[in-house]
Design a protein around this ligand. Sequence first.
Ligand SMILES: Cc1cc2nc3c(=O)[nH]c(=O)nc-3n(C[C@H](O)[C@H](O)[C@H](O)COP(=O)(O)O)c2cc1C
Length: 389
Amino acid sequence: MSLRYLTAGETHGPQLTAIIEGLPSNLTLDFEELNFQLHRRQKGYGRGRRMQIEKDTANIVGGVRHGKTTGAPVALVVENNDWKHWTKIMNIEPMEGTDEEKRRVHRPRPGHADLNGGLKYNLKDLRNVLERSSARETAARVACGAIARQLLAEFGIKVGGQVIRIGEIEAPANDLPLNELIRLTEESSVRVVDQETEKKMEAYIDQIKAEGDSIGGIVECIIEGVPVGLGSHVQYDRKLDGRIAQAVMSINAFKGCEIGIGFEAGKIRGSQVHDEILYNEEQGYHRATNRLGGFEGGMTNGMPIVVRGVMKPIPTLYKPLASVDIDTKEPFTAQVERSDSCAVPAASVVMEHVVAWEVARAFLEKFGGDSIEEIRANLNNYLAQLESY
Ligand SMILES: Cc1cc2nc3c(=O)[nH]c(=O)nc-3n(C[C@H](O)[C@H](O)[C@H](O)COP(=O)(O)O)c2cc1C
């Protein structure tokens, strides 16, 4: 059974709901760690007031007993603490009242799903689009990814991430061991290692906000301890790098994805791009460098997976952009709305989780079994095969 999940729920609804299918039995879940990952998504310099209202926790309502998965679908909910203010507006029962009382949205915001969703689903209240297209949904994805992450950790696979750039400010490159990178970025308000850069990014975000604008950036995810051979070269939809790119591009506001040096590879020579193959008794086959970010032929090559994603600036601006009212067809400039001015640090956390999910999915495809014990036996068998290769 392939690992998969679905999410449901609106940003101002009672809760987000996710169902995960395909998890093996006997995976010990650390609930504190799960909630820790959800809290990480809510942090970060440049976020608005809502993040202070919400303190996300995942409540598991199926598929787990006495701290372990049972092999049944895992169902979880993340409640929206703001719901109490929206019970009428988001009521599932028919409701009488004025547009104002219903908080009907008829002014589509540029850069959001509002207009396309309204046209496509024939919805005259664009709230029905924005409620679901909101990045609030990424809380459910982080919860699912956090479980995938625990599955990976069970087999020594570790996930980390960092912010590489916010607008004009780029973090200096580092090649820290992953544990150190995780420790240092966790202490940073913008998820960078370098404190000088952190200060510059904070000041820059303040400036952008004061100007009524928003700003995006580039984030990186690193996954270490991945065995060679996850994914496959034999079919387009089994190429793991391609699946990771799809997952990254599915995050709200993400506009690009790179594996390893990515777009840089189009500017330099082959001899400067490809990672030479080495062999010794201790490490077996390995690479002198990791410019290709852990992938060749859609398969992992045993080097760390390195993925970057670019997030566009948040579309809701204090400095309004032109749009057209769907009732009057007249132009208007959007009213000021409460919004984040920069969510790049939070997006970095989301990216870690969607990438971890894809790696866990490929891991289970390769070593799949119904229980953790069966998977471990399959993995060990494969590792022994690699050693004798
Ligand atoms: C973690 C995170 C937080 C976000 N917060 C906001 C926000 O506060 N305001 C906003 O207008 N967009 C925000 N976005 C971006 C929008 O959700 C996104 O641009 C919109 O849904 C349209 O999707 P698209 O940009 O992928 O086309 C956020 C995105 C992420 C990943």
